[in-house]
Design a protein around this ligand. Structure first.
Ligand SMILES: [Cu+2]
Length: 108
């Protein structure tokens, strides 16, 4: 009887450790998603995959609010957008360029 209890405890501990690891794996992309910055489209240059965004603070890039040009990757991210649209977006720094990797229209 004692043996069964120990195995159950070991199994429960292992299961808990597995769940914690699994939860943290899911939590990382979930956290990144909530880190989208707010912005407004100021200028669009789809042929060159460029978009000028007046943006709020971007914590992931340690950047204060400003208006600046981003490269859209892929440039199809710019499809259906127009000047004045309020957006939420994700951006990264890549080869000393700022690259938008996701855009979604914000509900006004
Ligand atoms: Cu900026």
């Amino acid at each position: 009887m004692l043996g069964v209890g120990i195995y159950q405890r070991v199994f429960k501990f292992g299961l808990m450790a597995f769940l914690i690891v699994a939860a943290s794996l899911f939590a990382v992309p979930g956290y990144a998603q909530t880190q989208m910055a707010e912005g407004e489209i100021r200028r669009l240059d789809p042929q060159n995959a460029k978009v000028t965004i007046r943006h709020g603070e971007i914590k992931s890039l340690d950047m204060p609010p400003m208006t600046m040009v981003f490269v859209a990757k892929p440039k199809s991210l710019l499809d259906g957008l127009k000047v004045g649209d309020k957006i939420q977006f994700s951006a990264i720094e890549e080869n000393s360029q700022y690259v938008v990797t996701a855009i979604k229209k914000a509900a006004n």
